[in-house]
Design a protein. Structure first.
Length: 336
């Protein structure tokens, strides 16, 4: 991330919490170029050792992941990454140098001065990000956790057809709980963090954007609000599923939907599942005291146990182990 006298930033937040909306708004600024979702720091975590590519093979795996993610979007970031890879086919060394070079070239292409990136996966890599870039600024967005669960549920019904509705509810809540814990991780000085609520963003967008711009050392621009003409995703099927409202005007009433979509019992299940993590979020969520069936109580206990066993953590560790095995095979065969 090029030294331009202005501090670059990352958007952190759980999926379905308004990260894409915030990205589109900020990208409309004349000086801000926000790279679309690349899951870059998850790729860094999986392919580096102590912040370094230890072989050309690991560098190749990283660039493969990165370009694969960027193919989903109508954005010059893909072309920038492909051109960089073409010019730098091999590399061993600090990943930080690669990330800085990619950001610099992206800014040059966009003719802007402030680089930003948005990936929900960033939320799981806060400590890694801050180790690599201790001067980075973080724009952290949060949405009412029950509304986020409802939004994730819409997607999961398509893929988890064998699950009961209560199981899907708690499966979705597991991702939100990870985000609630990440919200509490604050390794940077306070002046490098800006916290906002999705509900505030949609209720008074100009006011919130003015504060974000000031945090980034920029002036607010009215053109930032012009997101209706967005042609964000290159895959129209994914757009209709994942971001059906993208390109539409901001709906200030898009909040508290859980009151209509979740039963009293389901809200109680979420309350018990989230537990103390709810306290850390900037929302007042009361216990509705609803009675749960025995099956529902057991489901909550089951998903609490799965979360304590860090099933999300071991998923990444298994992927890292697979990459390690592949790299050893590659090395035995004489690769570099």
């Amino acid at each position: 991330m090029k030294e331009t006298g202005k501090t670059h930033f990352l958007i952190l937040g759980v999926a379905r919490s308004g990260t894409t909306l915030l990205e589109r708004l900020l990208d409309n600024h004349s000086e801000i170029a926000v790279c679309p979702e690349s899951d870059v720091f998850t790729s860094v975590y999986r392919t580096t050792w102590r912040g370094r590519f230890v072989s050309n093979w690991h560098y190749h795996q990283f660039m493969t992941y990165l370009t694969g993610w960027l193919k989903e979007f109508n954005d010059p970031a893909l072309g920038v990454a492909q051109q960089y890879w073409k010019e730098n086919t091999t590399y061993q060394g600090p990943v930080k140098s690669v990330l800085k070079a990619l950001a610099t070239q992206y800014l040059a292409y966009e003719k802007k001065t402030v680089f930003g990136e948005k990936s929900p996966g960033n939320n799981h890599r806060v400590k890694l990000i801050c180790r690599l870039f201790p001067g980075i600024k973080l724009v952290r967005i949060v949405r009412h956790p029950y509304d986020v669960v409802c939004s994730i549920l819409k997607l999961q019904r398509r893929y988890l057809s064998n699950y009961s509705e209560d199981e899907r509810l708690l499966y979705a809540a597991s991702f939100v709980k990870i985000g609630a814990k990440a919200w509490q991780i604050r390794p940077l000085p306070a002046l490098q963090n800006y916290y906002l609520k999705y509900e505030d963003l949609i209720e008074d967008t100009p006011a919130v954007l003015s504060e974000v711009c000031a945090f980034l050392g920029l002036d607010y621009e009215e053109d930032m609000l012009a997101i209706e003409a967005s042609n964000y995703l290159s895959n129209p099927d994914k757009k209709s599923i994942v971001h059906p409202n993208l390109g539409q005007s901001i709906n200030a009433n898009n909040k508290n939907k859980y009151l209509q979509q979740l039963s009293e019992q389901q809200q109680q299940m979420l309350y018990r599942f989230f537990g103390a993590d709810l306290v850390a979020l900037p929302y007042e969520i009361a216990d509705n005291k609803a009675d749960l069936r025995l099956q529902q109580q057991l489901l909550v206990l089951k998903y609490q146990l799965l979360f304590q066993l860090k099933f999300h953590y071991w998923h990444d560790e298994i992927i890292r182990l697979k990459l390690l095995v592949k790299s050893l095979i590659h090395w035995v065969k004489g690769g570099k």
